[in-house]
Ligand binder design. Structure first.
Ligand code: URA
Length: 223
């Protein structure tokens, strides 16, 4: 599933079979609104929730189901039910912005938390909190972090999920960039990645350009 490493070549999403860019017009228009600096507070959180729900829809396309028969007012229907436990793992703190929207569709899911911050000099992740359940090998584990920037945080979060027994791991972000996608593809080629956009690049401070700024600050109004 790993991507093709083509140093100094322009990024091509097609080189990364584990990557799905969800290009639905509804996602695109909500993302256009989310990016704008004037959008703040409740509106920013609502847009991030909406996009997260739409990403979840796409991520679950290949989840296992079992055939069941269910009663209806007029008879019995052949139907399908989800057949794997679902675990959300938001990476604190910005990942929390993706959680509520997804839980609104899957309220029986389990939630684990990983707290990682970026050392602003090295841009390497530092773990300050980890509370993950023991993972059923059949569980579909969704690691949530809205910004896939250097990829270091995401790579570390996925590694921690694997150590807890996660076997079917997926990553969802809202804004990604070539650097982050390449890093995840190299370290975790088995993990499907879903994003609403691949932006141009990282700047020298590790922010995605054009991106949307600091997602955590915008979610929680900490400027
Ligand atoms: N984290 C953010 O919140 N924004 C970025 O652009 C990169 C990392």
């Amino acid at each position: 599933m790993g991507g093709v490493n083509r140093p100094n070549q322009p990024f091509r999403a097609a080189d990364f079979p584990q990557l799905t860019v969800v290009e639905h017009p509804l996602v695109a228009s909500k993302l256009a609104a989310l990016r704008q600096p004037a959008v703040e507070g409740a509106e920013f959180r609502r847009l991030m929730s909406d996009i997260s729900r739409l990403l979840l829809w796409e991520m679950m396309r290949s989840f296992p189901t079992r055939d069941v028969q269910v009663p209806t007012p007029l008879g019995t229907a052949e139907a399908r039910e989800l057949d794997a436990p679902i675990v959300f793992v938001p990476v604190l703190r910005a990942g929390l912005g993706m959680l509520d929207g997804m839980l609104s569709l899957l309220d029986h899911a389990t939630v684990g938390h990983i707290g990682l911050y970026r050392n602003e000099e090295t841009l390497r992740p530092v773990t300050y909190y980890s509370r993950l359940p023991e993972l059923d090998p059949q569980a579909r584990v969704l690691v949530l972090d809205p910004m896939l920037a250097t990829g270091h945080t995401c790579v570390e979060a996925i590694a921690q999920v694997k150590l807890r027994g996660g076997r079917h791991i997926l990553h969802a972000n809202i804004v990604s960039c070539p650097e982050g996608i390449t890093e995840v593809a190299q370290q975790h080629p088995d993990v499907p990645v879903f994003t609403a956009t691949v932006d141009t690049r990282l700047n020298e401070r590790g922010y995605i350009v054009p991106g949307l700024g600091d997602a955590g600050d915008r979610l929680f109004a900490t400027f």
